[in-house]
Ligand binder design. Structure first.
Ligand code: FES
Ligand code: FES
Length: 180
């Protein structure tokens, strides 16, 4: 069977891959693109461990075909941190011990980020509702909810800080470096 050539954007980078017409996005990400953050728990859309966003919309990547992301923007858990600087949600999951085995954690992080992106100040009920499609079999949900609430507070504080000025680029600086 001939493959489907797909051009897409994943975590801000242009990515091309060839997949089979019936191959799901989860398998493409893990086996062809090398992004193993999204996990397979059920393969039927019931557990949320495979959560990613496509054009900002939360989806189960086990229910989306790889070919469907042609021309779209995919974000996975690998796209949350800024280099070595973890996303506030990732920091708060660690601080609140909101994980044990960790298999569900990438899905919870992606789903929680999708929530905070559209609703920066969710109530506890809204957090629980937004995460209802993500199952955890070992941590329990209270610590996860507390971590999301704490991350929302941190993000709200960050939003009030003035943006850092971009570093000045001068030709003088460049030549000084070259001659140093
Ligand atoms: S593996 Fe996709 S929802 Fe469970
Ligand atoms: S931390 Fe183990 S399933 Fe959630």
């Amino acid at each position: 069977m001939s493959g489907v050539h797909v051009s897409t954007t994943i975590n801000g980078d242009p990515v091309e891959f060839v997949c089979q017409p019936g191959e799901v996005l989860l398998d493409v990400l893990r086996n062809r693109v090398g992004l193993t953050g999204a996990k397979e728990g059920c393969g039927t859309g019931d557990c949320g461990t495979c959560s990613v966003t496509v054009d900002g919309r939360l989806v189960c990547s086990c229910l989306v075909l790889g070919a469907e992301v042609e021309g779209r923007t995919v974000t996975t858990v690998e796209g949350m941190a800024d280099g070595a600087d973890l996303h506030p949600l990732q920091k708060k999951f660690i601080e609140h011990a909101a994980l044990q085995c960790g298999i569900c954690t990438p899905g919870f992080l992606v789903a929680a980020k999708a929530l905070l992106d559209r609703n920066p100040d969710p109530s506890e009920e809204q957090i629980r509702y937004a995460l209802a499609g993500n199952l955890c079999r070992c941590t329990g949900y209270d610590k996860i909810v507390r971590a999301v609430q704490a991350a929302a507070k941190d993000l709200a504080v960050d939003a009030t800080k003035p943006a850092k000025p971009a570093p000045k680029k001068t030709t003088a600086g460049k030549s000084a470096k070259k001659t140093a």
